[in-house]
Design a protein around this ligand. Structure first.
Ligand code: HEC
Length: 149
């Protein structure tokens, strides 16, 4: 009886670990969606004139990108290689095969959004900066994001 109990506990613990890994995948996908919301829904919308320029909203959106750039560096642990969420996109195994290159993409993204946060002060500087940010997203996705759908 005791033995069965121990085995059960081990199985449950194992299942818990898988859930935890899946949580990390879900979290990074939420952060990516927030990246898109803040870049597209706020910054690009202002560049296109769909929304009026608003410094507080710019600072808040760039703040989200800065925070995400930082936290994303911890959200691709080895244990999540090959995990998918059934979402439209997933992380390519190349992330874990070319770890140093992936890290340099993340570092470059962090640098660009930190510089943007310090330098964007009006619509003109926003217009000059938004394409630089978009390029960071696209460069990384080209190699490290898979389209499932
Ligand atoms: C350093 C690499 C990297 C950078 C920089 C990056 N992404 Fe991603 N992005 C990924 C990877 C990898 C995935 C897939 C993650 C997964 O599914 O586990 C992804 C997924 C996404 C998704 C799909 C989320 C979902 O599951 O529906 C969106 C949207 C997205 N990124 C937007 C952005 C935007 C916008 C930027 C720039 C502001 C950005 N990303 C910057 C690597 C990056």
């Amino acid at each position: 009886m005791k033995r069965i109990f121990v085995t059960m506990a081990a199985v449950l613990l194992g299942a818990g670990a898988v859930f935890a890994q899946q949580d990390i995948v879900n979290q990074r996908q939420t952060e990516m969606k927030n990246n898109a919301k803040n870049l597209g829904g706020v910054l690009v919308a202002m560049v296109k004139g769909e929304k009026p320029y608003d410094q507080a909203a710019v600072d808040a959106a760039l703040g989200v990108l800065v925070a995400n750039a930082k936290v994303l560096s911890t959200q691709f642990p080895d244990s999540t290689k090959g995990l998918r969420s059934g979402d439209k996109y997933s992380a390519s195994p190349k992330i874990w095969e070319n770890r140093a290159d992936f890290e340099s993409h993340l570092a470059s993204f962090a640098k660009v959004v930190n510089e943007a946060k310090a330098s964007v002060k009006d619509l003109d500087t926003l217009k000059a900066t938004v394409p630089l940010i978009g390029k960071q997203c696209a460069n990384c996705h080209e190699t490290y994001r898979l389209k499932d759908g």
